[in-house]
Ligand binder design. Structure first.
Ligand code: GLN
Length: 540
């Protein structure tokens, strides 16, 4: 019998509910259970694909190509599992299937309503995930904050799910904020009390409360929450700010989270932590005790937003542990590099340059300058997706001498569109839906740097792009010193580029950051970090 844990949030968003969910999943996995996690996003979008990173943070991509909320990236990283589109339930998806069924006459003339039709569809989706992988435990993180109009059908559905499976098979964990007022310095429990009240008014009683706070909850604070929110004292867990997210599982475990959950759900796992926890602790130890230091420039276009490059940051963090090297990120808005002198100045104090993906013309010239700087100064550079495309454009402009070289995404009139839609895509573009998404096989040429990095001739990586290297220019580019060491199986799409003459000038059309895991960093990231270490050593 599958057990369910519903994680709700109160008071305000951005509390780190996703990290609490991921950490709990990691702890339960360490106790020998098959665990998976679902993210509920109450917005009307069907998926996160159309969302602007400025508003929503990074769009994460799964193996099956579904574009999802960045929390699913954390689930994958903490649980070391591969999720699929069904693990992200949005209002858009739920309503779309109910409306499609209604149009197909499947409700047999009934009035179609939020209860029971929408709520049934929500629970059908949750059960499907549970049944498909025969999970012991399914975590369901409710996006948004209790009290939002949008999330109420989902909360109602989980109330019904609780009725259906009964006590002992489902529990509610409510995450709230416990602020401290500077004037009095006291931890305030009133916001928690109010949000629990809101939860109870819709028929949900939390079994546990996780209080997010700057520092640990005092015992008097826990007592108060226990009394006013009607949960036992040991069901109030404190989740203080942590230096790094990978420590959170250990903090929550010390606080008694795992024991309480296992008791409540009548679970008996392997009593001690298994091998997964041993490896996690080794990772954490290496992470927290770096012996060296690097500085990498991340040349982006959404640098002002904290969550826009989460997977890149985590990819570097995983290398931090693997190489025992602290990697400081210098965020540089690409438009600040449009002036060449400024570009050289801003890039002069870093050990490597990372150019991530992105969409739209803004900031392209700055990225081109950054690529030129890396190429001509032998600075290690890893470029991803849009970064990869910009590397080709820079090469075409400055080495092949095509001044107007560009991507047809940015300059449809250029004579030298070295990045373009594939011929078979051109017609469909008008209809939209041409994005190439998800995991695809890649062929790697033997004897190249990519081959050395991956140690294989066939790999799979995740994609999210529309434009490609234009094959008309392939031969000329390769003759002049930039080679394509990875391609799609049919060799029509260029996947990895490198300049063999350069210490580390590597780009990928795919997104290696989506598959990086704490104990298994993405090969391209790891090779990049090692190249930065060599560069630093040589520049001494
Ligand atoms: N805008 C480019 C394309 O669509 C790159 C996309 C990306 O970087 N994810 O091909």
């Amino acid at each position: 019998m599958t057990k369910f844990i519903i994680i709700t949030g109160g008071v305000l968003s951005g509390l780190g509910k996703g990290i609490v969910t991921s950490s709990l999943g990691m702890l339960l996995k360490s106790h020998g259970f098959e665990v998976t996690a679902i993210k509920v996003d109450p917005y009307l979008n069907c998926d996160a694909g159309t969302m602007n990173p400025f508003e929503h943070g990074e769009v994460f991509v799964l193996d099956d190509g579904t574009e999802v909320d960045l929390d699913l990236g954390n689930y994958e990283r903490f649980l070391d599992i591969n999720l699929c589109g069904e693990d992200n339930i949005t209002t858009g998806k739920v309503y779309r299937s109910v409306i499609e069924k209604e149009r197909a006459g499947e409700y047999l003339g009934k009035t179609v309503q939020i209860i029971p039709h929408i709520t049934d569809e929500i629970n059908r989706r949750i059960w499907k995930v549970a049944d498909d992988i025969e999970a012991d435990i399914v975590l369901v993180e409710m996006g948004g904050t209790v009290g939002d109009i949008e999330s109420s059908p989902f909360l109602e559905a989980s109330r019904q799910l609780h009725m259906e499976v009964g006590h002992g098979n489902l529990m509610f964990i409510h995450t709230t904020l416990v602020p401290v007022l500077d004037v009095v310095g006291e931890q305030k429990t009133k916001p928690t009390q109010h949000s629990v009240k809101a939860l109870r008014s819709i028929g949900i009683e939390p079994d546990m409360i996780v209080g997010r706070s700057k520092v640990e909850l005092e015992s008097s604070t826990k007592k108060k929450i226990s009394l006013f929110c009607d949960v036992p004292e040991d069901a109030v867990i404190s989740s203080p700010n942590a230096d790094n997210i990978y420590r959170v599982p250990l903090i929550l475990h010390e606080e008694g989270l795992t024991d309480y959950v296992m008791n409540k759900l009548e679970l008996s796992g392997n009593n001690g932590f298994d091998e997964y926890m041993v490896r996690w602790k080794e990772f954490l130890n290496a992470f927290e005790n770096p012996k060296d230091k690097l500085r990498v420039a991340l040349v982006g276009k959404y640098c002002d937003l904290e969550d826009a490059y989460v997977s890149h940051e985590e990819g570097l963090n995983h290398c931090r542990a693997a190489t025992e090297t602290e990697i400081g990120i210098k965020y540089i808005e690409s438009k600040d590099l449009e002036d060449r002198d400024n570009c050289s100045k801003l890039l002069s104090d870093v050990d490597g340059i990372l150019i991530p993906g992105g969409f739209g013309t803004r900031g392209i010239d700055g990225k081109i300058n950054a690529v030129e700087y890396a190429r001509t100064n032998n600075v290690p550079m890893l470029s991803i997706c849009l970064g990869f495309q910009v590397s080709v454009i820079e090469f075409a402009r400055n080495v092949l001498g095509y001044e107007d070289a560009n991507s047809s995404e940015f300059d449809p009139k250029s004579e030298h569109q070295v990045i373009d839609l594939l011929p078979m895509q051109r017609g469909i573009d008008k209809m939209g839906g041409t994005m190439r998404l998800g995991s695809e096989k890649i062929l790697i040429k033997e004897g190249t740097m990519a081959h050395e990095i991956y140690g294989d001739t066939r790999i799979q990586e995740r994609h999210r792009h529309r434009y490609e290297v234009n094959l008309d220019f392939k031969e000329e580019i390769e003759k002049n010193g930039m080679i394509f060491s990875g391609t799609s199986i049919n060799k029509m799409r260029m996947e990895i580029l490198e300049i063999p003459e350069h210490p580390f000038f590597v780009g990928s059309q795919f997104h290696p950051e989506f598959k990086s895991r704490p104990m298994e960093p993405a090969p391209l990231f790891l090779a990049f970090v090692k190249a930065m270490l060599d560069f630093k050593e040589e520049s001494k």
